[in-house]
Design a protein around this ligand. Structure first.
Ligand SMILES: [Zn+2]
Ligand SMILES: [Zn+2]
Length: 152
C-alpha cells in the first residue's frame, strides 16, 4: 500500500469489501484485475461522442467485462491456476460474472457473449455463422457480439 499521492481517492483502486480477506492467490491476479478495472473506468468516464449511438459505448464496457470473466474462467477451469476458494470469492464479490461463467461450461455455450442474448428472445448472434446469412458487419445490438455460437 502507500503509493505516492495526495491521499485523495483516485477512484481507480479495486474496492475490497470490508472484513473480507481475499483467499490466497488474490495478490497474483490483482494487477490484471486492476488493468481491466482501469480500462472500464476509462471507458465509463470517456466523453460520449454524440455521433456514436449510446449503446455502442455499452458494447465497449461489456467487452472488457467479458474479457475479465474470461480471464478468471481460464485461470480456474482451464489452467487450474487459482484455488476454488479464490474463485468462489471472486464470484461472490462480483469481480466476475459467475452466472455467465457457469454457462461457458455448458456444451453449446462455450463462447456465449452475455446472458442478455439468451434471454426471453435468443439473439441472432447465437446462430452459427454458417447458417446466418453472410454479413461482415454483423454486430448484435445488445452487446455488440459478432457471433458466439460454439461452431463459429
Ligand atoms: Zn453473442
Ligand atoms: Zn450478448
Amino acid at each position: 500500500m502507500g503509493t505516492a499521492g495526495d491521499g485523495k481517492p483516485n477512484g481507480k483502486s479495486i474496492r475490497i469489501p470490508p472484513r473480507s480477506q481475499p483467499p490466497e492467490g488474490f495478490e497474483k491476479i490483482l494487477p490484471t484485475l486492476k488493468k481491466f478495472q482501469d480500462k472500464m473506468q476509462t471507458l465509463e468516464s470517456k466523453e460520449v461522442n454524440p455521433s456514436r449511438p449510446k449503446h455502442e459505448l455499452y458494447w465497449d464496457i461489456h467487452r472488457v467485462d467479458h474479457q475479465k470473466s474470461r480471464y478468471i474462467y481460464s485461470l480456474y477451469f482451464q489452467r487450474k491456476l487459482i484455488s476454488q476458494p479464490l474463485y468462489i470469492w471472486l464470484v461472490k464479490h462480483k469481480f466476475v460474472n459467475g452466472e455467465l461463467i457457469a454457462k461457458w461450461r455448458k456444451r453449446g455455450y462455450e463462447n456465449l457473449c452475455c446472458l442478455q442474448c439468451i434471454g426471453e428472445t435468443v439473439c441472432v448472434c447465437r446462430v452459427p455463422k454458417s447458417v446466418r446469412k453472410a454479413n461482415e458487419d454483423f454486430r448484435c445490438v445488445k452487446c455488440g457480439c459478432r457471433g458466439c455460437a460454439s461452431s463459429d
